[in-house]
Design a protein around this ligand. Sequence first.
Ligand code: NAD
Length: 313
Amino acid sequence: MPKSILILGACGQIGTELTYTLREKYGNNQVIASDIREGDQDLMASGPFELLDATNYGALEDVVMHYEIDEVYLMAAMLSATAEKFPMRAWNLNMNSLFNVLNLAKDQKISKVFWPSSIAVFGPNTPKEQTEQNTIMEPSTVYGISKQTGERWCEYYFKKYGVDVRSVRYPGLISYKTLPGGGTTDYAVEIYHKALSDKKYSCFLKADSKLPMMFMDDAIRATITIMESDPEKIKVRSSYNLAAMSFTPSEMAANIKQHIPEFEMSYAPDSRQQIADSWPSSIDDSVAQKDWGWKAEFDLERTTQEMLENLSK
Ligand SMILES: NC(=O)c1ccc[n+]([C@@H]2O[C@H](COP(=O)([O-])OP(=O)(O)OC[C@H]3O[C@@H](n4cnc5c(N)ncnc54)[C@H](O)[C@@H]3O)[C@@H](O)[C@H]2O)c1
């Protein structure tokens, strides 16, 4: 029997591309997309879709039973910048959706879970450069606290109940198919849209705020690779560090200028600066490389080429 996959939060920045890639791999009808809202037309037309609130256990269980789901990818969450505005809503969404999925796996209604963590699990006391897999964490944002707590619960469900849950700590993700959903690294996507439309961009982070980033194709490949790895290779059941590149807004602007010489960047840091200041500048992902063979392929220049080429179409 081919396996059935359910994606929660499928209309978001990552969920959209994950849905397309998994449908290509496993067949359109094997991958059920779901979200609390409808997504873009192409996504909706590409296969089965369910309007589903990931915090509603009963509704989630009904969908899992109806489609005989084997694996769940939980992409529904409230991201860092929005979560600072609505702390309790963020906590409820980020934690309850995770408990619902972990409990479905604990009760053997599904066999495997993917849940993403984030570099936001680290905090101001974490060493900033080449941040290691195991180090000081102490996150200082609502979002980071929810991700660190989620990691602890994932490991707990693995150890106590044998739940096969797999996770990576995504850096800021850069993509052209769907706009980002309220994170601190959103500037790294907006900048390409504005470079093409206005030839200028006002960045909400300071020129020298260096953060870890990744092109979406790498993120999707990491997600599917960890899910398809043999279980004994997955030695970390909280979440793996994952890295591709690190750069500052001014380095990104300089790179875009090589393609669009008229491009001008200005800086107007807002409340997101404080979140960015609490995160690492670069990540050591050697444990993921060793355990399940992870290696990023896209650097800044290749990302810029892909972004400008695809957004110009
Ligand atoms: N994008 C990034 O740069 C990044 C970085 C690190 C971690 N992550 C993590 O990856 C995951 C996906 O992120 P994203 O960037 O695609 O987020 P996004 O905000 O673009 O998408 C989240 C989706 O979840 C949906 N959603 C919200 N509440 C829901 C609910 N109750 N039930 C079902 N769906 C609901 C939203 O409608 C949205 O389509 C999140 O866990 C996020 O924390 C993302």
